[in-house]
Ligand binder design. Structure first.
Ligand SMILES: [Zn+2]
Length: 365
């Protein structure tokens, strides 16, 4: 028979669910649901508020995080900014200001640690960190846009369990658990910003491995990538690729440059349009190759990938089809924009911090 852990997991995965709906989904009688909710309330994990009247049937309640319940802290680091926020059971992120940083690791980490101490207290149970980087354990191995190598982030845990993840991979985790890839056994998520990052999700969890899709040589073998390899997919799908197509020098901020080229293409500039289509075709060719290799049931695209899909969807789709094996072309999986947009990495960092922790919280409290 389902128990307290099942109801806790269900409420975490389905914020806003009513007690009646959760009980029905789990096959719990109303007496058992009442008894279990009593336990979860006493453990300060879940609370209840009156549900809006549905007009008929017995009144029910909405399951909400307990007001004194556990929190995970979320640190979101980008190439130019950082943010510290918190999430309760149910995964909702508290509003938090975004700060700019100078890029100096010691300064950034000190600022973040101060913010973590200021925002969290006894309720803190874990810390999740999102970084635009290749990560091993709690170490940033290489972050090209931050110009960081081998930076240890273990101090950000404040003595609690710490998970550090790549931003694109965490966006994929968020899509698999709460977004457009939810419910699929195998999903592929790709975020294009400067280069392309991503992850394969198996039953909502990232597949092991570095998954450096951007550095698979789906690109032009004559092109050198800042990573040290040649032919990388990374440099063919973003603002750098658009600048090359337009005969312009390498842009200082490739993401901003891509935005300008997309805007010019939308307003009818033929050269800009051709540069956008070239990037969309390069993205589609690699996606088609990954369909052959990984056989995902759905592909979600984030960042600039959404713009390329919207601005040059036909060119993108044609390139996917050309790269896909013939038998696959009649049954391509849906390739859709990520549902959570720019919130994905922080939501994924919160989920990684909560992962496997609900059981521990229940037995401890
Ligand atoms: Zn590379």
């Amino acid at each position: 028979m389902p128990g307290a852990l099942d109801l806790l997991r269900y409420a975490h995965a389905h914020p806003g669910v009513t007690r009646a709906e959760a009980a029905a989904r789990l096959g719990l009688g109303s007496g058992a649901a009442t008894e279990i909710m009593g336990r979860l309330r006493a453990a300060r994990l879940l609370g209840e508020v009156a549900a809006p009247s549905a007009g008929r049937g017995r009144p029910t309640t909405v399951l909400v995080p307990h007001p004194e319940g556990p929190l995970v802290a979320v640190v979101e680091l980008t190439h130019a900014t950082w943010r510290v926020t918190t999430a309760a059971i149910g995964g909702e992120l508290a509003p938090a200001p975004v700060h700019r940083h100078t890029g100096d690791p010691a300064t950034v980490l000190r600022e973040i640690t101060d913010a973590l101490r200021a925002r969290t207290g006894d309720r803190l149970v874990a810390v999740g960190v999102s970084v635009p980087a290749t990560v091993r354990g709690a170490t940033v191995v290489q972050a090209a846009t931050l110009n960081w190598r081998d930076v240890d982030l273990s101090g950000l845990g404040l003595g609690r369990p710490l998970t550090v993840g790549n931003d694109a991979a965490l966006a994929g985790v968020a899509e698999a658990l709460r977004g457009a890839a939810r419910g699929h056994a195998v999903a592929l998520h790709l975020t294009v910003e400067v280069g392309v990052g991503g992850v394969v999700l198996i039953d909502g969890a990232p597949a092991p491995g570095a998954a450096e899709f951007g550095h698979v040589p789906f690109g032009d073998p004559a092109l050198h990538c800042p990573c040290g390899a040649t032919g990388c997919w990374d440099v063919t799908v973003d603002g750098r690729a658009m600048a090359r197509a337009l005969g312009r020098p390498a842009p200082a901020d490739p993401r901003a440059f891509a935005g300008e080229v997309l805007a010019a293409a939308r307003s009818g500039d033929a050269a800009a349009r051709a540069a956008v289509e070239r990037a969309a075709a390069a993205l589609g060719r690699g996606v088609g190759a990954l369909l052959n290799a990984l056989d995902p049931a759905v592909v979600t695209l984030g960042g600039l990938g959404v713009d390329l899909l919207e601005s040059a969807g036909d060119v993108f789709s044609a390139a996917v089809r050309r790269a896909a094996m013939a038998w696959r072309r009649d049954a391509l999986p849906p390739i859709v924009p990520a549902a959570l947009g720019s919130a994905g990495p922080a939501i994924g960092a919160a989920e990684s911090a909560f992962a496997g922790r609900l059981e521990e919280l229940l037995t401890r409290r």
